[in-house]
Design a binder for this molecule. Structure first.
Ligand SMILES: *Cc1c(COP(=O)(O)O)cnc(C)c1O
Length: 386
């Protein structure tokens, strides 16, 4: 099976993990801060807070930004459910903004219009979560302008996009989003098995994120509200969670991070090769931005329904039957039964729905060989010529 995505583990990763296993600290030791500082440095962010998943990081990011039960969070429907669930964890309401059919990211036009309407009814969002789908940066300067104009916070769900840049500025470090989230799940660009991170340039937000990641507890003398009664003393100051990353995971992450530039370069090369090799097939291929460089977490093709009558299901099943591990990203979030029961109906975001019905994610990972890539291309050509 050639999977659609997979991790890349070498002996250095194994040695890094083993070293932590025989050290004094399996968790809450020195490797988590080392990993945080290393990621912050790579993307030029001031602060990084590692967590046990991107989902946890999204939850805590919403709490740190003050999302509450009377608030609204808006996001894109073309994402993993976690980008929306974080609002519901906080008791807030969620709504969806359609995508741009070309970039597959949140549509700036649809967002701008929706904001005009929401202002009239007093239902402006407190947070907008924008997702750099497949690793391709959103139009961050435009999002920032709208955030400043309407006074909402921006979370960049960059789970697909560590290593991507917009005009040379790495996502996570650039100041467009208030908080940026990375995921280190094995299918993502670098992995800690499970794991995520929240990055920000705000010291206040970083302190809140750290507090909430660990039960709302602090031992920092500078922070204590009551007199320090001894070395054992700590205070719980907020209702937090145990969302900590272990040092075992952080060691893997740190070791993986050393390959980031090389792996992104390989993903970009694979994307360019697909672009040439698939050009003649009845497919809509991803487009490239001149100003932004995708991290290419995914390579998604869409069936060009004007040029082929084959259904997505037929093409998808034929690829799977040929041991090519294709996938689909994403079913519009509000099509999920849980969201339908909240009152969302089909038709809400036509671009996301049209896109979803034609999309197939084909293999894309740094360890994909040219030879295996050719197998994917040839098989697709055979299937589509039937
Ligand atoms: C993977 C992913 C998440 C969740 O990441 P976890 O680390 O598995 O919690 C959130 N948002 C997007 C867009 C993702 O792709």
């Amino acid at each position: 099976m050639i999977p659609y995505g997979r991790q890349h583990i070498d002996q250095a990763d194994i040695d890094a993990v083993t070293a932590v296993l025989t050290s004094d600290f399996l968790t809450q030791g020195p490797v988590v801060p080392a990993f945080e500082q290393a990621v912050a440095k790579v993307v030029s962010a001031n602060y990084a807070v590692a967590m046990n998943s991107a989902t946890s990081a999204l939850h805590v990011a919403c709490l740190a930004l003050g999302l509450d039960k009377d608030d609204y969070l808006w996001t894109t429907p073309n994402t993993f459910v976690a980008s929306a669930n974080c609002a519901l964890y906080c008791g807030a309401s969620v709504d969806f903004v359609d995508i741009d059919a070309n970039s597959l990211n949140i549509s700036i036009d649809v967002l701008a219009n929706k904001l005009v309407e929401a202002e009239k009814t007093g239902k402006l969002p407190k947070i907008v979560v924008a997702v750099d789908f497949a690793g391709r940066p959103c139009d961050w300067p435009a999002l920032r302008r709208l955030a400043d104009q309407y006074g909402f916070f921006l979370i960049d769900d960059a789970s697909h996009a560590i290593g991507a840049d917009y005009n040379g500025q790495m996502l996570g470090g650039a100041a467009w989003a208030d908080i940026t989230i990375f995921s280190f799940h094995p299918v993502k660009i670098i992995t800690t098995a499970e794991g995520g991170m929240a990055l920000t340039n705000s010291e206040t937000l970083a302190n809140k994120l750290r507090l909430l990641r660990s039960h709302g507890i602090t031992r920092d003398p500078a922070w204590l509200e009551q007199p320090d009664t001894g070395l054992w003393y700590y205070e719980q100051q907020a209702l937090g969670y145990n969302y900590r990353m272990t040092d075992i995971q952080a060691a893997l992450g740190l070791s993986q991070l050393a390959h980031l530039a090389e792996w992104i370069a390989r993903r970009r090369q694979l994307a360019h090769q697909y672009q040439t090799q698939l050009a003649e097939l009845p497919l809509i291929l991803p487009s490239f931005d001149s100003f932004a460089h995708s991290a290419w977490h995914l390579y998604v093709v869409q069936l060009d329904t004007e040029k082929t009558s084959l259904s997505r299901r037929i093409v998808f099943d034929a690829l799977r039957a040929a041991n090519i591990g294709v996938n689909v990203h994403y079913i519009p979030v509000y099509w999920q039964p849980y969201y339908r029961q909240l009152g969302f109906e089909r038709g809400l975001c036509p671009n996301a729905e049209n896109y979803y019905q034609r999309a197939i994610s084909i293999p894309m990972y740094s360890g994909l060989s040219d030879e295996d890539q050719s197998k994917v291309v040839n098989r697709l050509a055979t299937i589509l010529s039937a």
